[in-house]
Design a binder for this molecule. Structure first.
Ligand code: PMP
Length: 352
């Protein structure tokens, strides 16, 4: 090794899902929303004065923070925003997981958690999900440096009940518990009502899925005021201007349009429930998903074979070559037409 690279950071990064460029693609691989964002977002973008870009944005992103606080009926001191929930979660790792003790999360979960742990030098231990991909609550009743899990979990889509979440938060009252609710708006129960009661709970959500704004990058955390001030201190020790002025305005407009949000999330839930019926008929098995994807395996055909066959037809789903889940496909819920194209292809492919 040369003098130059001996001090380089050696780290295995998170690998995001593919963004294929084929014009005829059906993209069911990264849990994006198939519908466009609220028309209010377009209005903001169309009327945005580009001259304003000469100025730095508001470092507190107040307009967006206030819009989120209004929507969830909390104080603005309870809200922190970031560049997608990935940014918010990374800030949480830096802000809260500094005890030296290992943090804990499920063995099958969002694969960014171990990457952040490694990047920030946080020790971690994983706790196995049971055979139905459920979190075993007793595993979280132990000494640890903090807890993080998504609800619904990813990539399984399985929901953990609010009662169990509360038990985990209550047991771990001396350390921070982060509930990553990236997919909560598709029918699961949010832990937000627990925020007033527990000073150690952080709920993280995103505009990328239920608000159709993956490309804009907005995530947020809601928590006790003290935790939010620590997050702001960490952010302001790293980059004061994480949120750009266009995003602040567009995000505020998006969250104010509740009827569009309800209409599109309801539609996705309806399409998902229909897809469950169709996939079962084709011999797929899955746990009940409360997210905008279904995590399924086929009774007799290997997931990787189905994945490759779909890919050849430019239908993209997600496959994880990882222990315990390497025979599953994660299928994002698209439009009715996209799901029908998927089902039509699978019907043909599986009958051969
Ligand atoms: N949490 C989970 C569980 C996710 O699956 C994702 C999407 N990859 C994120 C957080 C991050 O989403 P975003 O940064 O787009 O808000």
């Amino acid at each position: 090794m040369s003098e130059l690279n001996i001090n380089f950071r050696d780290i295995e990064p998170y690998v995001p899902g593919e963004q294929p460029q084929y014009p005829d693609k059906i993209k069911l691989n990264t849990n994006e929303n198939p519908y466009p964002p609220s028309p209010q977002v377009k209005k903001v973008l169309d009327s945005f004065n580009t001259d304003d870009l000469k100025l730095y944005p508001d470092p507190n992103a107040s307009e967006l923070v206030e819009a989120i606080a209004d929507y969830y009926a909390v104080d603005k001191k309870n809200v922190f925003v970031g560049v997608g929930s990935d940014d918010v979660l990374a800030m949480c790792f830096m802000a809260f997981f500094n005890s030296g003790r290992p943090i804990i999360f499920p063995d099958i979960t969002y694969s960014f958690y171990p990457v952040w742990a490694n990047l920030f030098g946080v020790k971690y231990e994983t706790k196995p999900l049971d055979d139905n991909f459920q979190i075993v609550k007793e595993d979280y009743f132990c000494e640890n440096g903090g807890v993080i899990f998504p609800n619904p979990n990813a990539p399984t889509g399985v929901e953990l009940s609010l009662d169990v979440i509360e038990e985990i938060v209550r047991y771990n009252s001396d350390r921070v518990v982060i509930v990553d609710e990236a997919y909560v708006d598709f029918g699961a129960k949010s832990a937000l009502p627990l925020i007033q009661k527990y000073k150690n709970l952080v709920v993280v959500q995103t505009f990328s899925k239920s608000r159709s704004l993956a490309g804009l990058r907005i995530g947020f955390a809601i928590a006790n005021e003290e935790l939010i001030s620590v997050l702001n201190a960490v952010k302001n020790s790293y980059n004061s201007y994480t949120m750009n002025s266009l995003t602040i305005k567009a995000g505020a407009a998006a969250i104010a349009d509740d009827s569009y949000f309800k209409q599109t999330t309801d539609k996705i839930v309806e399409t998902r429930e229909n897809a469950k019926i169709q996939l079962s008929k084709l011999g797929f098995e899955f746990n009940d998903s409360k997210s905008n994807f279904i995590f399924a395996r086929h009774k007799s055909v290997k997931a990787v074979d189905i994945f490759n066959a779909l890919r050849e037809k430019h239908i993209f789903v997600r496959y994880f070559n990882q222990s315990r889940i390497d025979n599953y496909l994660r299928i994002t819920i698209g439009t009715d037409e996209e799901m029908q194209a998927l089902i039509d292809f699978l019907t043909d492919y599986l009958s051969d």
